[in-house]
Ligand binder design. Structure first.
Ligand code: FAD
Length: 435
């Protein structure tokens, strides 16, 4: 019997150490380094504050655990990584301190998988060591969820790619050493066969950052970490194609599997934190002569939140387990990942709203972490593809396996099924029932 919901004691010890380390050393950073780019930007003072913490993580053998041993990681499976990311989700800084910050994790994976020796030597090693930051740029101002509408092109001219077009919401573009850019290289065929991922150094001639964009209304226009880019006949060597020409989608797809599970588990970490706040508030606040915790409507919210978090967490861990079983991003893994991606904003919305509401005016204020968390609700429904697209994938995959009814009535039509059952059990049925 291989179903098991427990963690082996040696790994639980590591998780225990991580819980303490993240709470004691990393979570306080969220209180003082408040700029959107602080966890990633090499120019931020937070970078210096994180440096000694990264050394502690490396000495513990917990740095960049998503990597295989050949790249200096531990080769942990997705299930272990999921449990680790649940802890890292408690702080904006924890993924960087543990060397698992998106999009660098996915970019390192595709460089390792598709990169040439020269590309690996120049970009992969410093990326794995956490010395540089990278960017993955696909979305365009007029097209995100539908790549068929992409129009940023790259054409070969002599020994160089010449890139023309615009990209949008390219996270960390401004601070990145290099960008992996999805370009249309053959407009005559469908985008899945006619696009190529190309490595563009940040200082490549013709790469312009029109402005940075922030999530939410608070930061000034032009601030934030998501780049609005223009490629003005931007030239890079032909050898900068990452993977085969025309196979950009294969590259892009292969970086999303594990990353989405880790993202979802970090969301569980955030949900756990909101739940802890909600519970502490419920047993602390007294109104009309009793604690909030003694009021049935509050109890319902606590119970519903617990149930939703547990259901979501187990689904994410199931997807991680499946990925370990299949050793990759197989068909059935993709279905589960899309399902959890689609469920994520709903669980966040319900739980964070309840936690905010239970805190009354304090919840609305900037004096708890709850309003920061609230911003993630719409974000999680958009980033890595909108909810609708993932739901469509799940439904299509389920329906693909379903055969239509063979006759006039459905296969579960009771009169027909009853007649068949009566025949089967005729020896035991009296005249009355047979009629
Ligand atoms: C915080 C954040 C970070 C990001 N980082 C990056 C990054 O680093 N690199 C990058 O390339 N991109 C990045 N993105 C962009 C992200 O991938 C896109 O926002 C996403 O793919 C959706 O594209 P869009 O914004 O153009 O929305 P659209 O494609 O215009 O979709 C808008 C809405 O239309 C509806 N819709 C779209 N398609 C369908 C459909 N098939 N069926 C039904 N309804 C549909 C949905 O309601 C959807 O929310 C980031 C986004 C966010 C929010």
């Amino acid at each position: 019997m291989s179903w098991n919901f427990s963690t082996e004691p040696e790994f639980e010890e590591k998780l225990e150490w991580m819980r303490d380390f993240v709470a004691r050393e990393i979570e306080p950073m969220d209180l003082v380094f408040r700029k959107p780019g602080d966890p990633f930007d090499p120019r931020s003072p937070a970078r210096k504050a994180m440096a000694p913490l990264k050394e502690v993580v490396k000495a513990r053998g917990l740095w960049a655990c998503h990597l295989g041993p050949e790249l200096g990681g531990q080769g942990y499976g997705q299930l272990h990584l999921g449990l680790m990311n649940e802890i890292l989700g408690r702080s904006r800084f924890a993924p960087t301190v543990f060397g698992t910050q998106a999009p660098d994790t996915g970019n390192a994976e595709v460089l390792a998988r598709f990169g040439t020796l020269e590309q690996k030597a120049r970009y992969l090693k410093p990326l794995l060591d956490g010395e540089i930051v990278s960017c993955f740029s696909m979305t365009e101002p007029q097209a995100g969820a539908d790549p068929g509408e992409f129009s940023c092109t790259a054409q070969l001219d002599g020994g160089e790619w010449v890139i023309e077009g615009e990209k949008w919401f390219a996270s960390h573009a401004d601070m990145a050493e290099f960008l992996i850019v999805m370009c249309i290289t053959n407009p005559e065929v469908a985008v899945h066969a006619g696009s190529t991922t190309i490595i563009v150094p940040r200082n490549a001639p013709g790469l312009e950052i029109i402005r940075n964009t922030a999530v939410g209304p608070k930061d000034e226009i032009g601030s934030g970490v998501h780049g609005y880019l223009r490629f003005n006949a931007c030239r890079v060597p032909r050898a900068n194609a990452l993977g085969e020409v025309g196979e950009g989608f294969k590259v892009a797809q292969s970086r999303l599997g594990g990353g989405r599970i880790h993202h979802a588990m970090r969301t569980v970490g955030m949900l756990n934190k909101a739940m802890e706040m909600m519970c502490e508030r419920a047993v602390s606040r007294v109104t009309k002569g009793e604690r909030l915790a003694d009021k049935q409507m509050v109890q319902e919210r606590i119970a519903d939140s617990y149930t939703q978090i547990t259901q979501f967490r187990l689904h994410v861990l199931y997807a991680a387990w499946l990925m370990d079983q299949d050793k990759g991003y197989t068909h059935r893994v993709r279905r589960e990942i899309s399902a959890i991606k689609a469920a994520m904003p709903g669980v966040l919305k319900d739980v964070i709203y309840r936690a905010l509401h239970l805190h009354g005016s304090l919840g609305m204020s900037n004096e708890t972490p709850l309003m920061d968390m609230w911003q993630y609700v719409p974000e999680m429904g958009i980033v890595d593809g909108p909810t609708e697209v993932h739901k469509v994938s799940v439904a299509r995959d389920i329906l693909r396996h379903v055969a239509p009814a063979t006759g006039k009535w459905p296969s579960y039509f009771v009169p027909d099924r009853r007649a068949a059952a009566q025949k089967k059990f005729a020896a035991y049925l009296g005249e009355e029932i047979m009629r």
